[in-house]
Design a protein around this ligand. Structure first.
Ligand SMILES: *[C@@H]1O[C@H](CO)[C@@H](O)[C@H](O)[C@H]1NC(C)=O
Ligand SMILES: *[C@@H]1O[C@H](CO)[C@@H](O)[C@H](O)[C@H]1NC(C)=O
Ligand SMILES: *[C@@H]1O[C@H](CO)[C@@H](O)[C@H](O)[C@H]1NC(C)=O
Length: 368
């Protein structure tokens, strides 16, 4: 052991100047072959079997555990507001700290919702719902992605969902979660969005969802079941809506994540349309991110999602443009239709996305 450590640190010393991983970059995980050394000031934190991440060890991050809970009062909306401060968006929420909501409506699966409001929140702000991977938590996704820093820069509010059910995986499996107002996690998450719209002056044209792995799968599931609420989604290492139906929520061993499930665009589109029978409005724009070397959720799932959402939008499955080196080297971007669907492929990237520098492309896609 000592032997291995010795050589590891020797090697690390020799290559640190060129190979150390920047903050929020990947530093380990099954199938990962890159550097395991973090830049000075960061430490490598294991988030799950597939992904370890360099997280700033001593950087001033706002409180990452709830410091207070908010009491919700359903009567407050009837109050006539005459003071100037009362018009500030989400004035009941402390700024700059991750804060747990004590209530946000019917919550059949007893998930938790945390809110992050930046110090300079815009009037009529946008809202991003951000969802962790299996084994994750709201706190881990808050500190492990750059969405919070982007909210600080651009003045939108973030809701971080958190579940302790099914190995901290979201319910992308059960029939009730796959249909509008059917119950389970999708209803709970939709109610959190409805709560934000009702109580905080959020702009209903700027409600977005993103997530990684299980949270990415839920991004698709929510986009299909609540197209009336969600305007666009960004999916990091996910699968098409309905792909996991009937399988175990702990997805790694199942045929869908393994890349063995393929449907026609029409079949995938029908799964989405059955998520909200009778709905005739617009569907969310969808941005799909996947690494070619993802050992947990096979890259084949990227094209299955492209088939699903291009069918829902009634556009061609052939990209209208493909651009290499976007948003950074080894990633390429494909656009479908006039941008209703975007797909980003990371050559050599694994399961640990978003990678640093990709979150901003999602936020730009949303128009936040
Ligand atoms: C709901 O989850 C909270 C933790 O977030 C826990 O304290 C509480 O006991 C749970 N309630 C039920 C009914 O399981
Ligand atoms: C994805 O699945 C294909 C077979 O469908 C397989 O050849 C490939 O190795 C898998 N990729 C990864 C990264 O496991
Ligand atoms: C980009 O891909 C090349 C091979 O195509 C690989 O050698 C290189 O390590 C990759 N760079 C990153 C940052 O992953």
């Amino acid at each position: 052991m000592r032997f291995i450590l010795f050589f590891t640190s020797l090697a690390a010393l020799a290559v640190r100047a060129t190979l150390a991983v920047p903050p929020y970059g990947q530093c380990g995980g099954s199938g990962y072959a890159g550097s395991k050394e973090c830049d000075a000031g960061s430490i490598c934190v294991k988030l799950n079997d597939w992904y370890s991440q360099c997280q700033p060890g001593s950087a001033p991050v706002p409180t990452s555990t709830p410091t207070s809970t908010i009491s919700t009062t359903s009567t407050s909306t009837t109050t006539t507001t005459t003071t100037t401060t009362a018009t500030a968006p989400a004035s009941s929420i402390p700024a700059g700290a991750l804060t747990k909501l004590s209530a946000f409506g019917t919550n059949p699966t007893n998930i938790s919702i945390y809110v992050y409001k930046p110090a300079n929140v815009k009037p009529n702000p946008g809202l991003l719902l951000a969802l962790h991977y299996c084994g994750g938590t709201a706190q881990a996704y808050f500190s492990g992605t750059q969405f919070r820093q982007l909210a600080d820069q651009r003045g939108f509010i973030i809701l971080y969902g958190s579940t302790t059910n099914e190995n901290n995986c979201w319910d992308n499996v059960g029939a009730s979660s796959l249909v509008h107002d059917g119950g389970s996690d999708t209803l709970a998450l939709a109610n959190a969005v409805r709560y934000a719209l009702k109580e905080w002056g959020v702009n209903r044209d700027k409600v977005f969802v993103t997530g990684t792995s299980s949270g990415a799968m839920m991004t698709n599931t929510l986009s299909g079941t609540y197209p009336d609420l969600i305007k666009a989604g960004a999916v990091f290492a996910g699968v098409a809506m309905g792909c996991l139906k009937g399988n175990q929520p702990s997805f790694p061993a199942d045929p869908c994540a393994g890349g063995q499930i393929s449907h026609t665009p029409q079949q995938w589109g029908d799964i989405v349309r059955k998520g909200y029978p009778g709905y005739t409005g617009a569907y969310p724009r969808i941005q799909i991110w996947h690494g070619t070397a993802d050992p947990a959720v096979n890259i084949t799932n990227q094209n299955e999602q492209v088939k699903q959402w291009t069918n829902v939008h009634g556009i061609s499955q052939t990209a209208t443009s493909t651009t290499a080196g976007t948003p950074k080297s080894n990633w390429s971007k494909s656009v479908y239709g006039t941008g209703q669907v975007e797909s980003y492929t990371g050559q050599g990237s694994g399961h640990g996305i978003p990678e640093a520098g990709t979150e901003v492309a999602a936020i730009d896609f949303f128009g936040l």
